[in-house]
Design a protein. Structure first.
Length: 258
């Protein structure tokens, strides 16, 4: 394909991820890609379309929710179906819900997923989660896109390791809605250090098949983000999610027992 074939159709009324989604649909409709075909890698697609990988990934995740494409771990993105007729928004909630509402639901989903992952994850999945925690820790504090990508990769891997397809679908519905806030939340090196330590804590409990520990570590991690947002928006303390009983000690167990 020549470079012009990858050009996005301008539309000021649509956000960039939706324009990317439209282009991929068009490439499937015109027969460039057929069911079972492997798409170019994310870096290749982003370069061909001249877009950021974060926007590209949002578009791919939207198509994944609709069953058009699928990701195969370690192999990349594949066309799952050529039925690419534009569908209604696959999310299960109104776009006008607040970030705090989204985070409260995310806490419920991910803490459950962490518990299940401790019981169900394969050793390979646990090893991958540990590697993703290290990649997030190594990300440059000055590169918010990389921080966001490595953060989403880690959380997505934990949810997939729960081996609950509905949890995974619900989680992937939430992620794009929180992306803008999450990216801006990396406001300092301290925030990144806290996030990286929390990821390592979750991974430590998962590798030990500690269901309660993994759930508590994930709760503590997400409550940090939730409480930061609640403070910013002026939410009264008495109205915040009552999950503090799950909080862990200040010094992570993975550091205490090394």
């Amino acid at each position: 394909m020549d470079d012009e074939s990858w050009a996005l159709s301008p539309n000021a009324r649509k956000p960039l991820p939706e324009l990317i989604e439209d282009k991929i649909r068009a490439l499937i409709t015109n027969g460039t890609f057929r069911a079972g075909d492997r798409l170019p890698t994310e870096p290749e697609l982003a370069q061909k379309m001249a877009v950021a990988r974060s926007s590209l990934r949002t578009a791919l995740q939207r198509l994944q929710l609709q069953g058009v494409v699928e990701v195969m771990r370690g192999r990349g993105w594949y066309v799952r179906s050529t039925d690419v007729a534009e569908r209604d928004e696959p999310l299960l909630f109104d776009r006008r819900v607040s970030d705090s509402d989204l985070l409260e639901v995310r806490i419920a989903l991910e803490t459950t997923a962490a518990s299940l992952a401790a019981l169900r994850a394969s050793q390979g999945e646990l090893d991958d989660i540990a590697k993703l925690a290290k990649l997030h820790q190594a990300a440059s504090v000055n590169d918010k896109d990389e921080l966001l990508r490595t953060d989403e990769d880690f959380h997505g891997a934990v949810v997939r390791a729960s081996h609950n397809e509905l949890l995974d679908q619900l989680y992937r519905s939430l992620v794009p809605q929180l992306r803008s806030y999450r990216r801006n939340s990396y406001s300092s090196a301290e925030v990144h250090v806290r996030s990286a330590n929390d990821h390592n804590q979750v991974s430590w409990f998962l590798k030990r098949r500690d269901e309660a520990g993994a759930r508590a570590a994930m709760t503590t991690h997400l409550l940090g983000l939730y409480n930061d947002l609640a403070t910013q928006t002026g939410m009264p303390v008495e109205e915040r999610a009552g999950l503090t009983n799950y909080a862990l000690e200040d010094e992570p167990s993975w550091q205490q027992n090394r």
